[in-house]
Design a protein. Structure first.
Length: 86
């Protein structure tokens, strides 16, 4: 993914578990707003994203959660046990 264009990355793909996060149905309904050191006003304009760290495994539990700003994905959480959507 590191060599992809942003347009390729934001083409949501369920097989790779790459999609926008709907925090309202997650274990963190406030999303990234409570993360210490991050400005909640600035984060409010960006969609939260997740992708499977090992997408080739059918039921990949490892997820990276973050935001895309310009052409960079900023990881905010690594979710080894997929607790965002238990």
């Amino acid at each position: 993914m590191s060599n992809w264009a942003v347009e390729t990355f934001i083409d949501q793909d369920n097989e790779e578990h790459r999609h926008i996060i709907d925090f309202t149905i997650s274990s963190e309904p406030d999303g990234f707003r409570h993360v210490q050191g991050l400005d909640p006003e600035q984060l409010g304009v960006y969609d939260g994203w997740e992708f499977g760290v090992y997408p080739e495994q059918r039921w990949c539990q490892y997820r990276a959660h973050g935001i895309v700003i310009d052409d960079v994905f900023y990881i905010i959480w690594l979710d080894q046990e997929h607790r965002l959507f238990p």
